[in-house]
Design a protein around this ligand. Structure first.
Ligand SMILES: Cc1ncc(COP(=O)(O)O)c(C=O)c1O
Length: 417
């Protein structure tokens, strides 16, 4: 996949972009960046030096319908010609917001039919935490080891990794972390001070970790018994990624609040937290209890509507399940061939984590695969783990390339060691 596109920038222009990226954009990861992106279509990124790359991480779980799906592009253009922003959230009736939440609440469990729209995932998590505190009048949150919910102060408070938390303390008080998948420890932590338990039903940044059957059902029961809300963070796992619209569906539970973002916006910034009419009543007292300027931006909503309809029409939820099962089988075959290096393959739908040993091999493997034209990634809360999460529209032939490049890269790194 590394050859074939037109050279759209000369070497000097390319270098100037790389230089000024480092000079003027705040850096959070050290090092010079090679790829200058010119275009993206489907699962393919076109770099400005003429090379092509397969995007096997979907811009971190965003491009579930592929890049620049024609329906999404058309919807964005049409809405941009009508209106973009007209007022702060909730003042006027905006048909794109209504058309979107009609769709969104048609796939959330019965009763969860009210959504507050935001711009990002972390902002939707903040809203969900505030909603739980205000509705219950309680201060405490129970969260899980390896959890990731975002980078603003509230969402960071319920995210686990100490290295990301410590520099910003003090964070929210009364957050208790318990091991993921440990019902007994959760039962000890959830008490009469708990406003909510917040959980990714399948942990994303923790390394695509799938709980045992019974874990989420137990959380549901404990929350109901003790008067706490159950918040399911579906920011990464939602919109078909796991082979269901939302990953909690694998266990048949009904949360009190569902949080979505990333793929929800079809590539544009959009998030939502969805709950019941009764729970949301609390935001009316006092009026304007929670607000945002850009949440539910009409152009983002138009893109989201188009993406939603693509997922439905193209059967992408079912496709993620069936294609994902085949991908898993193929990843397991690679594991058998490289048993010393690949220690575990975990996932559901088109969402996989591949653990490598030693863990220091992960970044060289990501780099070698990129050199060979395939973009995979690492994970925030799992060292030595490779992220594979292609668009749900990915072609089988593109998965062939992914597997071929993974094999070739492992062989190459094996030779080098
Ligand atoms: C599970 C989960 N929750 C929340 C977030 C935060 O979303 P955003 O980056 O849009 O703020 C992320 C981002 O990766 C996520 O994976």
């Amino acid at each position: 996949m590394t050859e074939g596109g037109p050279l759209v920038m000369d070497a000097e222009t390319l270098e100037a972009y790389r230089d000024d990226f480092l000079r003027h954009l705040a850096q959070t990861v050290p090092g010079r960046k090679e790829l200058v992106i010119e275009r993206a279509r489907g699962s393919v990124l076109f770099a400005a030096d003429g090379k092509r790359y397969l995007d096997m991480i979907s811009g971190i779980g965003v491009s579930n319908v592929g890049h620049c799906h024609p329906d999404v592009v058309r919807a964005i253009k049409e809405q941009a010609e009508r209106f973009a922003h007209v007022n702060v959230y909730g003042r006027f009736v905006l048909p794109p917001q209504v058309d979107l939440v009609r769709r969104l609440t048609s796939v959330t469990p019965r009763g969860l039919d009210v959504a507050f729209l935001t711009s990002t995932g972390t902002e939707a998590i903040e809203g969900a935490l505030k909603l739980a505190r205000k509705y219950t009048g309680r201060p405490k949150f129970v969260a899980f080891e390896r959890a990731f919910h975002g980078r603003t102060l509230g969402s960071l408070s319920v995210s686990w990794k100490q290295a990301y938390r410590a520099p910003f303390e003090p964070l929210l008080p009364e957050v208790e972390f318990v091991p993921f998948d440990d019902v007994d420890r959760a039962a000890e932590a959830i008490d009469e001070r708990t406003a909510a338990v917040i959980v990714e039903p399948i942990q994303g940044e923790g390394g695509v970790r799938i709980p045992s059957d019974g874990f989420l059902q137990a959380l549901r029961r404990l929350c109901t018994e003790r008067g706490a809300l159950l918040i399911c963070d579906e920011v990464q796992g939602g919109m078909g990624r796991s082979g269901r619209w939302f990953s909690f569906e694998h266990w048949g539970i009904v949360p009190d609040v569902v949080v979505a973002a990333k793929a929800l916006g079809g590539g544009l910034p959009l998030g939502a937290f969805v709950s019941t009419q009764e729970i949301f009543q609390t935001f009316l007292d006092p009026p304007l209890s929670h607000l945002t300027t850009f949440g539910g931006n009409p152009i983002s909503c138009a893109a989201a509507i188009a993406a939603f309809d693509v997922i439905r029409r193209e059967g992408l939820v079912e496709r993620a399940a069936s294609l994902g099962a085949r991908l898993e089988e193929r990843l397991r075959n690679v594991q058998l061939e490289h048993a010393g290096t690949i220690t575990e393959v975990r996932g559901r739908g088109l969402w996989y984590a591949v653990d490598v040993s030693p863990p220091e091999l992960a970044m060289p493997l990501v780099a070698e695969m990129q050199r060979r034209g395939v973009i995979v990634g690492s994970m925030l809360h799992a060292d030595g783990t490779i992220r594979i999460a292609p668009p749900l529209t990915v072609l089988e032939a593109e998965l062939d390339v992914l597997i071929g490049v993974l094999r070739a890269s492992l062989r190459e790194l094996g030779r080098a060691r």
